[in-house]
Design a protein around this ligand. Structure first.
Ligand code: ADP
Length: 473
């Protein structure tokens, strides 16, 4: 089984110490080789000088050769002119002539005597004689040996220092990780506001902590939204249930005639309707949040689609004697999913009918602008006060909760409409600067713009059918 140190600190230390020891070993070996070469170079230069001195003395005053040892310090030499060779006493004693028999080398060579002593021997042949000199390599080997011992002691010492220093440094460098882990452990659902410490936002750990903190903030927001959504949804569900319960209880306490019972059942069914609408809207938003809804990218005849929605809702406008008009002077095509766009238009036009008093006018206008298809839903109703404009698309947000409930709204219509439009790559805005009524603008990518309607267009949602005619909140 492969050995794997448990902590990053230990791993870093071992890697650091291992690499450093390897470098020191290679460096030490290189030093030894270099020093050896330099020492032999020095020895060879000395031999060269000695051979030149011996040759000169032999040529000028051959009798002086015996004074070489006391005068010049040259103790190991031989001059061979073919007769009796002239050798120093030490040369003869060490039997160095045998070194010359090993080969006719022109460069100095190392020779080991039978009793284990090593000599550096150099010989130069002139026309009538040959001069040879030698030096003992003992001091050279002793120097090399001393150096090797120093290095051999130094390497483990350096490795030990590398381990200790590396362990200490790795501990210091990794200390923010420990602090982060400790703080991360303290973050629970109840203490979501806590964040990881950022010692230095520029270094890697600082960047990691910053990214982590951003993620935590996003999670906290999502958590908060989910909590608010659940609380609002429960509240909205409770209202019709409470209404049904009280209607039922009152009916039970008295004996009523058939017409009165029908009234009771009618109002209960109204509440059931409201509940159904709410549950359907919640289901749509849940699917939207899951991100698993895939869209069909079709070329939609926007005027035709708006006309169809208007036909469905006309009965409501007629009840309030409202004028519901479609203006689609040219045929324009948007790229998108018909069911979702229909849903968005349904919610917007239904809202316009709900929040426009009797006898008002609602106009749906389709036009093409800057490569996009624009659908404007305008009404002459109550309008939306500036203070509410920013929050109008929030889930369960209503300008006038009482009025909205009266109209059967649950505060999810605009949130669903915005999601439906944005999921198709479009935008839903509330037009500003209006003095009367309100105007919602839907902007969709045009189907004529090939990039928006490419066959392989990546859409983040699954094809969803069966929401056609789904109720507006
Ligand atoms: P609701 O179910 O309450 O209609 P929506 O999300 O559809 O929920 O709308 C949110 C709020 O925006 C509504 O309660 C209403 O106050 C306001 N609103 C939406 N459309 C219009 C409009 N056309 N005119 C005036 N107010 C509107």
């Amino acid at each position: 089984m492969r050995f794997r140190p448990p902590s990053v600190r230990a791993r870093l230390t071992l890697w650091h110490a291992g690499v450093l020891t390897l470098i020191v070993c290679v460096f030490s070996a290189a030093i030894l080789v270099f020093v050896e070469a330099r020492l032999y170079g020095g020895l060879d230069a000395q031999l060269d000088r000695e051979v030149a001195t011996i040759a000169k003395i032999y040529r000028d005053e051959p009798d002086e050769l015996r004074d070489l040892a006391p005068d010049w310090g040259i103790t190991l030499f031989e001059v061979d002119d073919g007769n009796v060779p002239r050798q120093s006493e030490a040369w003869e004693r060490e039997g160095l002539s045998r070194a010359l028999q090993t080969g006719r080398s022109t460069s100095p060579l190392s020779w080991t005597s039978p009793d284990g002593r090593r000599y550096r021997v150099h010989s130069v042949s002139e026309r009538s004689y040959r001069v040879a000199a030698a030096v003992n390599e003992a001091s050279l080997h002793s120097t090399l040996w001393t150096l090797a011992v120093i290095l051999a002691i130094g390497i483990p010492f350096a490795a030990g220092l590398a381990i200790a220093g590396g362990y200490f440094l790795a501990g210091r460098v990794l200390s923010p990780v420990g602090t982060m882990a400790k703080r991360a452990r303290e973050i629970t659902a109840e203490s979501r506001a806590k964040r990881l410490p950022v010692e230095n936002a520029q270094d890697e750990f600082g960047q990691l902590a910053t990214v982590f903190n951003d993620t935590l903030s996003r999670l906290q927001d999502a958590f908060e939204r989910m909590r608010r959504f659940t609380a609002d949804a429960s509240h909205e569900l409770r209202t019709p249930l409470t209404a049904m319960r009280s209607v039922g209880e009152v009916a039970l306490q008295h004996t009523l005639d058939a017409a009165a019972y029908r009234d009771v059942i009618g109002s209960m069914l109204e509440e059931v309707d409201r509940l159904t609408r709410l549950v359907e809207s919640l289901l749509i938003l849940t699917r939207a949040d899951s991100g698993k809804v895939h869209l069909a990218a079709e070329a939609l005849d926007v005027g035709g689609l708006a006309g169809h929605v208007i036909d469905q809702l006309r009965v409501l406008a007629d009840e309030k004697q409202q004028e519901l008009t479609l203006r689609a002077p040219i045929r324009v095509h948007a790229a998108g999913d018909a069911a979702l766009i229909r849903q968005a238009l349904m919610n917007l036009i239904h809202n316009a009918i709900k929040y426009t008093p009797d006898g008002g006018a609602i106009t749906v206008e389709v036009r093409e602008t800057g490569g996009q298809v624009m659908i404007e839903v305008r009404d002459t109703g109550s309008g939306i006060p500036a203070t509410h404009r920013d929050r109008i698309f929030d889930r369960f947000y209503r300008v006038d909760p009482g009025r909205s409930r009266e109209e059967g709204g649950v505060g999810l219509g605009l949130a669903i409409a915005r999601w439906a439009v944005e999921a198709n790559g479009g935008k839903l805005e509330l037009a500003g600067g209006k003095t009367e009524g309100s105007s919602f603008l839907v902007l969709l990518p045009s189907a004529d713009d090939s990039s928006a309607f490419a066959a392989d267009r990546k859409l983040p949602y699954e094809t969803r059918r069966g929401t056609e005619g789904a109720v507006s909140s």
